[in-house]
Design a protein around this ligand. Structure first.
Ligand code: XMP
Length: 550
């Protein structure tokens, strides 16, 4: 099966080869933010796939450039990821970043050695000669009409150095046939260009915010060196997707969509509704695992505001019964997934003729679930929205958001007129509150989790923190602790508050909330949620933790 996605047949693209670096996704996102459609591919993608992509006509999915990502490995380790060295002979511009630069040097016969001192953090990069990569003149991609031609003939920068972000142990010691274009105190070949080619390497990370002019360096690669057109904007995505859905579904096709109330399924439904109007039916299942007020908000938004066809199923009892006695996190996910599929199946059958199933799968779901498109990421949690549903129902799958990151989904939703309540709400996992109830899911633990989570969100909103964090919620398990209520000692549940910051949920940090905010949250939870005696704050990041506890 081909790794390269040719679904955007009209989109020329940049490919990021993933050698397992922590910033691989960030490189993709930065390039997209700069206006060029970019995909992440595994480092061992076959050379023929690249050839096919490069040989395409301009404007028809042509690969215009390749970026090699970083990696935690050294090129000398036997298990280190190496790509086919023939990629360097494809006559397509290449930019190696960190390990990617070392790999290019290694494949070109250079010497990569252990550095005298590992370089982590800020370093000063000095320029050795003029290079298109370090040309600060012209645009940085803000302008809709920026193309390569516009940035030509501009004067080169006069600055002698910039601050860059380094994270490496090995260094390139020798590279014959290359021009050194930048160096630092510890890396004498910190940026190079293979002579008479468009192959560049930089030891630092232009994709991280700490690198001064990092965006401009990537812009120069995309527009000046690769000659990309600006082809990735929210407006163009929405317009083209609606046309694509119309073509795919045809003039009489019918689509069913599972609506959860989250941003992904809501945006999927809205996009499809714009394309085929009432030939879309949404099924909204109340699993009893929803947040406070969520059911009402979904019904109001989609049925009343957008006038969409909505089937509402109250399945609270069924889910709670199915989860009785199930303690293991993955087992809970399997039960929820199975029940969801069963209900969805029976409701869909009631609709008569249906041809397509729409799902709000997004790019990180695909990558976390299957390792598709990247290093073969280990399956961490099964995300039940990527299931066997379509085959079982004999329906064709439509996933209009499958190439988008979360922040891109939000931009699309805004463009489609999504109300801010849904637009700005935090991501919510498919298994709902069951992902936040440790051990068996019971009515009482759900009540505590829902009530306490509502307080966490409420306090963050009133203190101005809600929009600054990625997710914020409460977790409850079976642990109890002693408290005093009035004069009496009482035993109650421990609630853990989890508030994380993230860009894409692949990594996350716990948020250093002010003590005053934590104090109000704690006070309100112990006062307002019956049966809670202790409130704790989760202070571990992802990795090693995940965002959700189960
Ligand atoms: P973890 O807990 O794996 O979560 O760090 C990463 C992001 O994914 C969400 N999440 C899920 N989303 N189905 C989903 O659709 C799931 O089963 C699921 N589990 C976790 C989680 O809320 C976070 O944003």
């Amino acid at each position: 099966m081909s790794n390269i996605n040719f679904s955007h047949k009209y989109k020329d693209k940049i490919v990021v080869l993933d050698f397992g670096g922590q910033y691989s996704h960030l490189i993709v996102r930065r390039c997209r933010e700069l206006g060029v459609y970019t995909e992440l591919l595994p480092y061992d993608t076959q050379i023929d796939e690249f050839k096919r992509g490069i040989e395409r006509e301009e404007g028809c999915g042509k690969i215009k450039g390749i970026i090699f990502s970083g990696s935690p490995f050294s090129v000398h380790e036997s298990s280190s990821p190496h790509c086919d060295s023939a990629i360097l002979d494809l006559n397509v511009p290449i930019l190696g970043i960190c390990y990617g630069a070392q790999l290019i040097a290694y494949m070109k016969g250079g010497i990569v050695g252990e550095g005298r001192k590992a370089e982590f953090g800020r370093a000063e990069l000095f320029f050795k000669r003029d290079s298109e990569l370090f040309d600060w003149s012209g645009s940085s991609g803000e302008n809709e009409n920026d193309t390569a031609s516009k940035s030509k003939n501009k004067s080169k920068s006069k600055s002698k150095s910039i601050d860059v972000w380094m994270s490496h142990g090995d260094v390139i010691e020798r590279l014959d046939g290359a021009d050194i274009i930048g160096y630092t105190r510890n890396s004498l070949i910190a940026a190079f260009r293979i002579r008479t080619s468009n192959i560049f390497g930089v030891q630092f990370h232009p994709e991280v915010q700490h690198t001064e002019k990092g965006d401009k360096i990537l812009w120069n690669f995309l527009y000046t060196i690769c000659g990309c057109e600006r082809n990735w904007t929210v407006e163009s995505f929405v317009k083209e997707k609606i046309e694509e859905i119309k073509r795919e579904v045809g003039s009489d096709g019918r689509v069913v969509c599972g609506l959860s109330g989250g941003i992904d399924s809501s945006t999927t439904a809205l996009l499809i509704n714009k394309a085929i109007a009432d030939r879309l039916t949404c099924i909204f299942i109340d699993t009893g695992l929803l947040r406070r007020g969520e059911k009402e908000s979904v019904i109001k938004t989609f049925e009343e505001n957008f006038k969409m066809k909505l089937v509402f199923v109250d399945a609270k009892e069924r889910f709670l019964a199915g989860l009785q006695g199930v303690e293991d996190a993955e087992a809970k996910r399997r039960v929820i997934g199975r029940l969801f599929i069963e209900l969805f199946e029976s409701e869909t059958k009631k609709l008569g003729k249906v041809d397509f199933l729409a799902q709000g799968t997004i790019y990180p779901d695909r990558i976390e679930s299957a390792g598709a498109g990247s290093m073969k990421t280990a399956l961490i949690k099964s995300h039940h929205n990527v299931g066997a549903l379509p085959e079982q129902l004999g329906l064709t799958l439509i996933e209009p958001l499958k190439d988008l990151y979360k922040d891109e989904v939000r931009k699309v939703a805004k463009e489609l007129g999504m109300p801010s309540k849904i637009l700005n709400q935090h991501p919510f996992p498919g298994p709902g509150l069951a992902a936040r109830v440790i051990g068996e899911v019971t009515d009482d633990k759900l009540r505590i989790c829902r009530g306490a989570s509502h307080i966490v969100e409420d306090e963050l909103k009133s203190s101005g923190w809600y929009d600054k964090v990625w997710q914020a919620f409460a977790v409850v398990g079976d642990d109890v602790a002693t408290g005093v209520l009035g004069d009496a000692r009482s035993v109650g549940r421990i609630v853990t508050v989890r508030v994380v910051g993230s860009n894409d949920a692949m990594t996350a940090d716990f948020v250093k909330l002010p003590y005053t905010v934590l104090e109000s949250i704690s006070k309100r939870i112990t006062n307002e949620v019956k049966g809670v005696t202790w409130v704790t704050y989760a202070i571990s990041s992802k990795p090693p933790s995940t965002i959700e506890p189960c």
